[in-house]
Design a protein around this ligand. Structure first.
Ligand code: GDP
Ligand code: IMO
Ligand code: MG
Length: 433
């Protein structure tokens, strides 16, 4: 088993990372979230119970795992409070096994307000969790970090400055009055901080000082990466492997011995606006949405659905340098006569083999498909590779050959125990039955 395992979304998010992190963190001591915030929605179905984690690392559901919120995240303390209270109510104690970086920035009510106002014009379709504005303040050097909360005077003055700025912006640019109250935000924030301040600490030092096993849990997906995704229809953090170093505060050298695992659905979904070359707008798309239960885990919005885009997946493999892939939701394709995969794009008669930078070009390209035979047999809950239909294995082989990455596991249902190892799991071994 690799001491460091990185799990990354290889598409536009919601690939089933939560399920896989839950499964594999059984064998890890520490799970780290390091970018994004409560825009994430990671679903776990274990022992008949469903959890959706937004801010907390998914591994925290295992009582032996230490959960870490690293400095690259933007933290909404009220969401943190809600999630921790939920764990408590489910008899999952977290005392002594949570660390929140003192360098992480806060998401405050004015970030959520701005997210709503910006959305009116941008059409990005954000989750409205204040993520983009929180990162704007961070990079504009106006952010407030957890370490600032120990100095109430400093916190108050930073808050006053920010609220004044946001009020001005609301009135002068958006012609709206905000009802932001400095004192209310101040008191609410400190009330939650008081409750959890013993968990706040130096995450980079903690990670450097341990020889325990660590699973790094990416949120969102590669195609939503602020630099490498379908800009501007992206999230505001590096949700590809690029986010590892800046999100943890550690050198890229620290990750040189990590195993990088990409998670991809057997088809494609995205939620919100932006280009999606293989999107199916008619009945086939509705069928995928219904069969896959494709509704957002954070916002409940219907997800846009389409065939597997191998041009995008190969691009994700290249920039992340994946060592292996896990393909999830194979069972959703069980009833299709034929399954298409996009192997190139076409634009004005020209074949494009590489993923273009421009979202405008991506809006215009037409997918070039290869059609594979469906297996027309239930794979739901299959645990043994011998039970997989040959056409399903051909589909997986096609993905491996196209991307050049071994598919190490298939997920055959939402439950923890619904999976099949395809490669001898020498490096990561789990025991659910
Ligand atoms: P994440 O954001 O990557 O963690 O993914 P989400 O939790 O947002 O969305 C994935 C959805 O698919 C959740 O509802 C999971 O319970 C479900 N799911 C995960 N793996 C499988 C699978 O192999 N088959 C089926 N049918 N559902 C799955
Ligand atoms: P997980 O971790 C899918 C999308 C939003 C929107 C864009 C920007 O569950 O895979 P933001 O609120 O981040 O500013 O929204 O990114 N988005 C996600 N889509 N899964 C997610 O997370 C997402 N987090 C953000 O829908 O298009
Ligand atoms: Mg999700």
């Amino acid at each position: 088993m690799d001491r460091k395992l990185v799990i990354l979304g290889a598409q536009w998010g919601d690939e089933g990372k939560g399920k896989i992190v839950d499964l594999l963190s059984e064998n890890y001591d520490i799970t780290v979230r390091y970018q994004g915030g409560s825009n994430a929605g990671h679903t776990v179905i274990a022992n008949g119970e469903k959890f959706i984690l937004h801010l907390l690392p998914t591994g925290i559901l295992h009582p032996h795992v230490v959960g870490v919120i690293a400095q690259g995240m933007v933290v909404d303390l009220e969401v943190l409070d809600k999630e921790l209270e939920n764990l408590k109510s489910k008899d999952i104690p977290y005392e002594g096994r949570l660390i929140v970086s003192d360098r992480a920035h806060l998401v405050l009510p004015y970030h959520k307000l701005l997210d709503q106002l910006f959305e009116k014009k941008s059409g990005i379709g954000t989750t409205l969790r204040g993520i983009g504005p929180a990162y704007m303040f961070k990079f504009g050097r106006k952010g407030i970090r957890l370490c600032d909360l120990s100095d109430e005077k400093k916190f108050k003055s930073l808050l006053e400055e920010n609220v004044e700025f946001v009020n001005d912006l609301c009135e002068k640019v958006f012609r709206e009055r905000s009802n932001l109250e400095v004192n209310e935000i101040f008191e609410r924030t400190l009330r939650v901080f008081e409750k959890y301040k013993e968990f706040v600490g130096d995450v980079s030092r903690f990670l450097l000082g341990t020889d325990k096993t660590i699973l790094f849990e990416g949120a969102q997906g590669t195609m939503l990466d602020i630099d490498m995704g379908t800009y501007p229809f992206v999230t505001s953090s590096n949700s590809s492997a690029l986010g590892l170093a800046n999100g943890t505060g550690l050198s890229p050298k620290y990750f040189s011995d990590a195993y990088l695992l990409g998670i991809a659905k057997a088809y494609t979904t995205r939620v919100g606006g932006g280009p999606f070359p293989t999107e199916l707008k008619g009945e086939e798309g509705d069928r995928l949405r219904d069969l896959g239960g494709e509704y957002g885990s954070t916002t409940g919005r219907p997800r846009r659905c389409g065939w597997l885009d191998l041009v995008a997946l190969k691009y994700a493999k290249e920039i992340n340098s994946f060592d292996g892939l896990i393909i999830t939701k194979l069972d959703v394709l069980d009833t299709f006569d034929e399954i298409k995969v996009c192997v190139a794009y076409e634009l004005e008669g020209e074949r494009i083999e590489h993923f273009p930078a421009s979202s405008k070009i991506l809006e215009e390209v037409k997918p070039i498909y290869e059609t594979l035979k469906g297996w027309k047999k239930s794979t739901k809950g299959i645990r043994d590779r011998e039970d997989l239909p040959p056409q399903a294995m051909e589909y997986i082989r096609f993905i491996e050959e196209f991307t050049g990455v071994p598919v190490i596991m298939l997920s055959t249902g939402p439950k923890r125990e619904e999976f099949v190892w395809l490669r001898e799991p020498q490096r990561t071994k789990v025991s659910y039955s």
